[in-house]
Design a protein around this ligand. Structure first.
Ligand SMILES: Nc1ncnc2c1ncn2[C@@H]1O[C@H](COP(=O)(O)OP(=O)(O)O)[C@@H](O)[C@H]1O
Ligand SMILES: [Mg+2]
Length: 362
């Protein structure tokens, strides 16, 4: 079981020693030498932090409390050269996972770490399952409501549109000099009615249960089509759109639905970058899955919003619907895949879609 580990220790030699051991085991390791640097990395990234008790700008116990405040799922292992009953008691009060005395025998350190990692990952999995169940429930409720409401609105709207064209025909029979001032507001009303019809269409599409027709589908052409389709948007918005699709293998899926997924993610990435921004679509083949990353160099998703962005109608945009990510999430879940958000190597947000690979055809 590999994890993201943060080493907070100002003894360089000791850090390098631990880093080597942990990286050998496949863990992802970051190291810093002070409390303030630890809090910078800390946030959502870290799963287990190994923290020295005495740091140049503070003590490890206080840091443990702050790290756990920002990231309740993470666990802290305190390391100290000079154990005392007071510091141990304080560590327990701070809710640290373990309190070890340096130099700790490597097998002891590793078994403590292993237990902490298992605990953190079980905790995160539980939270993710609860979140998904909550989103699914909310989606179902919202779906029923919007479908009902949209149908109810549609009928009077159709009637109004029809009466409006009757009115227009009658107006056009009048003297041209009185026609113009009457036609102008009429045109405005007609445009607004059209706009409402569009919105209703979006809502209905969202509310309609998805009908998937899954078949073995090479992902490459799906992604290429999306890139071709969306390229003009990128140009118009002066965003540099890069694609590294390679030899993406096949998934079991529905082409139309998957295109919608990557359109949504790319449009969000465009929205997040400024003019001259950078957006990248890339594919990573894993043994049983294919991962597609959508990266941008925008501001990223603030930690406190990470839990909310998949909720229907959650949006931070003045013209957003807040339906893009919930739709995307539903489609991916129906494909047996998963979605996650992290920090992009480009500096902004990274949305990763992971889809099971199609079984080989014989
Ligand atoms: N690439 C991104 N970078 C930063 N924030 C994002 C990104 N993608 C989505 N978000 C956040 O998630 C919210 C919900 O996205 P979405 O469901 O697609 O709805 P909408 O795009 O209509 O706002 C956005 O309003 C934005 O705050
Ligand atoms: Mg969107």
């Amino acid at each position: 079981m590999t994890a993201r580990l943060l080493l907070v220790e100002d003894n360089r030699a000791y850090v390098e020693n631990l880093r080597e051991i942990f990286e050998e085991l496949g863990h992802e390791v970051r190291s810093v030498g002070s409390c303030s640097q630890a809090l910078e990395v800390g946030r959502a990234w870290v799963q287990v932090a190994l923290v020295d008790l005495k740091l140049p700008d503070g003590d490890g116990t206080t840091l443990a409390i702050k790290l756990k405040n920002e990231n309740p799922d993470c666990e802290v292992i305190l390391l100290t050269g000079h154990a005392s009953v007071e510091s141990a008691a304080e560590a327990v009060r701070a809710g640290v996972w373990a309190y070890l005395i340096k130099p700790t025998p490597v097998p002891d350190l590793l078994s403590t770490l292993d237990k902490a990692v298992r605990h953190v990952q079980a905790q995160q999995e539980k939270r993710e399952l609860a979140r998904r169940a909550q989103v699914a429930e909310k989606l179902a409720a919202v779906g029923t409501l919007t479908a009902g409401l949209s149908h109810e609105i549609r009928n009077p709207l159709n009637a109004a549109g029809l009466q409006l064209s009757v009115l227009e025909r009658r107006l056009r029979k009048l003297e041209p000099s009185i026609q113009a001032p009457l036609l102008e507001p009429l045109t405005l009303v007609r445009d607004e009615i059209r706009r409402l019809e569009h919105i209703l269409q979006d809502f209905l599409q969202f509310a309609r249960p998805l009908h998937l027709s899954p078949r073995p589908l090479p992902l490459g052409p799906v992604l290429e089509k999306v890139i071709a389709f969306i390229g003009t948007d990128a140009e118009r918005r002066k965003v540099k759109l890069e694609a590294d699709i390679g030899q993406a293998s096949a998934v079991l899926g529905d082409g139309d639905q998957l295109r919608q997924v990557f359109m949504n993610l790319l449009l969000n990435a465009f929205d997040a970058t400024r003019e001259g921004g950078h957006v990248k679509l890339s594919v990573e083949q894993q043994p049983t899955t294919i991962e597609v990353h959508v990266d941008d160099d925008g501001p990223g998703v603030p930690v406190e919003q990470l839990d909310r962005i998949f909720e229907p109608f959650f949006t931070t945009k003045s013209t957003g619907s807040g339906l893009g990510l919930p739709i995307t999430h539903t489609i991916i879940t129906q494909h047996g895949g998963t979605m996650s958000v992290s920090r992009s190597p480009l500096g902004g947000a990274r949305f990763t879609v992971s889809l099971p690979r199609a079984p080989h055809q014989s």
